[in-house]
Design a protein around this ligand. Structure first.
Ligand code: CP
Length: 298
């Protein structure tokens, strides 16, 4: 059975093939109704707008239907049911499960108990592979991935989108520039893993030092919900912000991405600049998630 749990489970060839499928769906080269008569469970034990709604839309566009759990409180997990039992039961109702969960490793565990394919829609500070695939798709709309300079700015410790993206980009020999507030640097284990995969990583104190060298600036919010206490959050709050002034003198083809939601780290004045691609990026969730669903449910 084919699950999508981590971007590390994908080879470069598999990523490229999936992005090409998404492109064909996006351009209506391939009309897809491959989920006719099929049902997908959206189990979201953490809040979500983009991932949950775009998966729901993707299923519907493929001709399928969804059933949803939107919170721990709205499910029998609140009564003490384990995730393992939940996915065993839900496997009997549907043809695939899309799972978001606050605990790292939850999707992998779910895949061990489910009898239908599981797609990880974000597990704690771990992985967010569907976000990564749509991030790569968005970059590829503007430039080839090979050898580009990518800046990752924000909460690189708890930000799962940054982890997954950095790992995926390792297949494309990119130069990675990381810019994080004190204490929120990319975890050492991930840095080692990336370096082992041949990625050049430069840790930078200030985004101003590298902004003019970048092809992509990937901005993330502080993952406040994963901070150990509010004092830690207050110490780093507002420690970085992308503004039109910051972007003066950058490469013409620079693109600014953000998985969203944003929480003050991109000035809305940036939205009208040609560099801003984060709303297109969110829209790209539809064709990319359609391609993923087709892949696991074919
Ligand atoms: N980017 C992202 O995962 O957004 P949501 O939390 O709204 O799904």
């Amino acid at each position: 059975m084919y699950h999508i749990i981590s971007i590390l489970d994908f080879s470069r060839e598999q990523i490229d093939a999936l992005l090409e499928k998404a492109r064909k769906i996006d351009k209506h080269i391939e009309i897809e109704r491959s989920l006719e008569g099929k049902q997908v469970a959206l189990l979201f034990f953490e809040p979500s707008t983009r991932t949950r709604m775009s998966f729901a839309s993707a299923v519907s566009r493929l001709g399928g239907t969804t059933i949803c759990v939107d919170s721990v409180e709205g499910s029998s997990i609140i009564k003490g049911e384990t995730l393992a039992d939940t996915v065993r039961v839900v496997s009997g109702y549907v043809d695939a499960i899309v799972l978001r969960h606050p605990k790292e490793g939850a999707a992998r565990l779910a895949s061990e108990f489910a009898t239908v394919p599981v797609i990880n829609a974000g597990d704690g500070a771990g992985q967010h592979p569907s976000q990564t695939l749509l991030d790569l798709y968005t970059i590829r709309q503007s430039m080839p991935l090979e050898g580009i300079n990518v800046g990752l700015i924000g909460d690189l410790r708890y930000g799962r989108t940054a982890h997954s993206l950095a790992q995926a980009l390792s297949h494309y020999h990119v130069n990675l520039f990381t810019i994080a507030p004190n204490g929120l640097e990319l975890p050492e284990t991930i840095q080692l893993e990336l370096r082992d995969m041949g990625t050049d990583i430069c840790e930078c104190a200030e985004v101003q030092d590298v902004i003019r060298d970048l092809d992509v600036l990937y901005v993330t919010r502080l993952q406040r919900e994963r901070f150990p206490d509010s004092a830690t959050y207050v110490n780093v709050q507002q420690s970085y912000k992308v503004t039109p002034q910051l972007l003066s003198g950058v490469k013409d083809h620079l693109i600014v991405l953000h998985p969203l939601p944003r929480a003050g780290e991109i000035d809305p004045a940036v939205d009208s600049l040609p560099y801003a691609r984060y709303f297109e990026q969110a829209r790209n969730g539809i064709p990319v998630r359609m391609a993923m669903l087709r892949e696991v449910m074919q």
